[in-house]
Design a protein. Structure first.
Length: 152
């Protein structure tokens, strides 16, 4: 048998110790139990790049929309060209809408997939509602206190 040493802060130790006590286990037994069941969840959802993409397209669309009336009134562009620019704006708008539909579908699929895996793990390893609620409460508390997903 091999030994692993891990250094953690007092707050995390208290959480692990409490969870182990709730299961009538030592900390070592509890950690081995978690590792043997692979009963951890690591979720990272980052749509920031899509948000930036959509914001950029919206900014471009607004800029073009704001100059079209001036161009047309000044007579320095033909109406046909203005129609082409307007058509291009409509294409950009359609692309933005397609992107949001894609993001929405992908997000829903991802949430459903994670939820199914989580429920399967909970059923497979027989966690009680009491322990699950306590763990979720601790995670929610940590998240609401400004922790990041990597802190969980």
């Amino acid at each position: 048998m091999k030994m692993i040493k891990v250094w953690i802060d007092e707050e995390l130790y208290d959480i692990v110790k409490e969870a182990a006590d709730n299961k009538s286990m030592s900390v070592s037994e509890y950690v081995r139990d978690i590792l043997s069941k692979n009963s951890y969840v690591d979720i990272t959802l980052d749509f920031a790049d899509v948000y930036r993409y959509v914001e950029t397209i919206e900014d471009l669309k607004q800029k073009i929309n704001s100059i079209l009336p001036s161009i047309f009134r000044s007579g320095r562009i033909y109406e046909q060209e203005a129609v082409i620019i307007r058509h291009t704006l409509n294409q950009i708008s359609e692309k933005v809408n397609d992107t949001w539909r894609y993001v929405t579908v992908m997000r829903a699929d991802m949430y459903d997939s994670v939820r199914k895996k989580l429920y399967h793990t909970v059923r497979q390893h027989g966690y009680s509602k009491r322990h699950t609620k306590e763990a979720l409460d601790r995670l929610e508390e940590k998240y609401n206190s400004g922790g990041t997903s990597s802190d969980l």
